[in-house]
Design a protein around this ligand. Structure first.
Ligand code: ADP
Length: 251
């Protein structure tokens, strides 16, 4: 990323052009570094499940066929690591798509229905109480239903992963926006980490989130979906008290 060096302190057209060129180079370099970091983080994330699969496959080759206990443990581990790798690659592919490749299918969407569908599925899978309080008689906006469903799924799934109690979803409508707040009463996020949770692969506690199946790509995808709707995402959190994620979607 070579830049143009100009000795003169003058402010002629050539200097202006050199400045513009140098600014473009800075931007390119920044993007290139981000891409490089993403590839390096992604490879690292995939290496762990691959190592687990490799070592269990080795174990199977040596003893597995004669030892039903090893056979069962190995199949279980290989299966869950394969699911993890599939989820990771699907999320990475989604994030790697440029804005122009993010096709939006905008239609009228009843947000209260999207919330109750998501709650119903996750409630059933995780045996957790999820309450929905609709404080408006018009929870309908123009949005991409599939993407909003994915957004809700990520946020409610996080609330489940990082708390053990019930979860409250509130839908309100103010001025020209619809607000969805997802509140949990779980472990919360330390203040110094709050600004970083939107970064790719960031996790407050890597060991713990591996146990819960976290990838560190949920919130980056959520942020991207919100931005695609010209909305805003905001998180309030207190360690040991819980977290509230608020989504603002313009009507
Ligand atoms: P992950 O797949 O690890 O959950 P996310 O991108 O969704 O990835 O979240 C990034 C990190 O932010 C999580 O690993 C977790 O440490 C923290 N986090 C997200 N949501 C919550 C929440 N509701 N309560 C506590 N911590 C959270």
């Amino acid at each position: 990323f070579k830049k143009i060096k100009r000795d003169t302190k003058s402010n002629d057209e050539l200097d202006k052009m050199a400045n513009t060129f140098n600014n473009m180079m800075d931007l390119l370099e920044e993007n290139y570094k981000k891409q490089e970091q993403f590839v390096s983080d992604a490879s690292h994330e995939l290496k762990t499940p691959l190592t687990v699969v490799e070592s269990y496959a080795n174990m199977l080759k040596r003893w597995g066929m004669k030892r039903p206990d090893i056979l069962e443990e190995a199949i279980e581990a290989i299966h869950s690591e394969a699911i993890r790798m599939k989820q990771l690659t699907e999320q990475m592919l989604l994030l790697a798509k440029g804005d122009e490749q993010w096709e939006m299918h905008i239609e009228e969407v009843d947000i209260s229905l999207v919330c109750s569908d998501t709650a119903k599925h996750l409630q059933f899978a995780f045996k957790r109480t999820i309450s929905i309080d609709v404080q408006t008689n018009n929870p309908i906006i123009r949005a991409d239903e599939k993407k909003v469903k994915q957004l809700l799924y990520i946020l409610v799934d996080n609330a489940i992963k990082y708390s053990e109690k019930s979860i409250d979803i509130t839908i309100t409508r103010r001025a020209s926006s619809l607000f969805i707040a997802i509140r949990d009463y779980g472990i919360g996020i330390p203040k110094e980490n709050l600004a970083h949770v939107y970064e790719r692969f960031f996790r407050v506690d890597k060991a713990r989130t591996r146990e819960t199946g976290g990838t560190g790509l949920g919130l980056p995808i959520a942020t991207r979906i919100v931005a695609a709707h010209n909305g805003k995402i905001h998180m309030d959190s207190e360690e040991g008290q819980g977290t509230t994620v608020t989504i603002e979607l313009p009507l």
